[in-house]
Design a protein around this ligand. Structure first.
Ligand SMILES: C[S@@+](CC[C@H](N)C(=O)[O-])C[C@H]1O[C@@H](n2cnc3c(N)ncnc32)[C@H](O)[C@@H]1O
Length: 207
């Protein structure tokens, strides 16, 4: 029988609570490095990384209600106080609510590849969204991306390389939850590794 998922109001953040641009110190109740994960799925990266780095603050953005509810339930049960999750569209949220020059790292693991050509315009990693990510990053802040989709990865490399005036590519550091042979240890990475698909990663730092 499916377990009943609980809401944890201290974990789930609502747009109406923000009063305009997000004040990270207010929502986490303290200052500290800010990480944002776009497309958390069930929250595995957030759980492992936030537990490993208790001095850092983690905000997850997930638009699918089913995944969002799983992630909130898991974070709440683990009792992590340095994680918040918001259920919304990441592109609009970052454009409208995330201030300039404050984010230490954006994590984007297995973004939906929208493989049909007519759907490519829905891909999150496009020049417009990348501009917002750059705007929000601190100097030396990072962008970390993993995907199994070779053609989307080529597009990602192209849009990032086009901004090499501002972004320098660096080695991708495996996450806290990554086991041997993994980069990020998320549910989708594990599923794709079982299918023996190659995984592509990219990391870049704001100059
Ligand atoms: C393929 S899953 C990867 C989930 C997780 N990162 C992992 O590696 O297991 C992509 C996730 O991104 C979410 N997502 C896609 N586009 C989004 C958007 N614009 N805003 C917020 N979440 C989004 C989807 O609902 C889905 O949960």
């Amino acid at each position: 029988m499916a377990r009943i998922l609980r809401d944890y109001p201290g974990v789930s953040l609502k747009i109406e609570d923000l009063n305009g641009k997000i004040d990270f110190a207010r929502i986490f109740g303290r200052s500290g490095p800010v990480h944002i994960e776009i497309g958390t799925g069930k929250g595995t990266f957030l759980l492992n990384q936030a537990q490993a780095e208790p001095g850092d603050n983690y905000l997850g953005i997930e638009w699918a209600r089913r995944y969002y509810r799983h992630a909130v339930d898991r974070i709440g049960r683990w009792g992590l106080s340095n994680v918040r999750i918001i259920r919304t569209d990441a592109a609009a949220f970052i454009a409208d609510f995330v201030p300039d020059d404050l984010v230490d790292c954006f994590h984007i693991y297995f973004p939906d590849p929208w493989p049909k050509k007519r759907h490519h315009k829905r891909r999150f990693l496009c020049p417009t969204n990348l501009e917002h990510l750059i705007r929000c990053l601190k100097v030396r802040g990072q962008l970390r991306i993993a995907t199994d989709h070779a053609e989307y990865f080529e597009q990602i490399k192209t849009v990032v390389t086009e901004r090499s005036d501002t972004l320098e590519q660096i080695d991708f550091p495996p996450t806290a939850g990554a086991e041997t042979g993994e980069w990020v240890g998320t549910n989708f990475e594990r599923k794709y590794l079982k299918d023996q698909r190659p995984i592509y990663t990219l990391a870049a730092r704001k100059k």
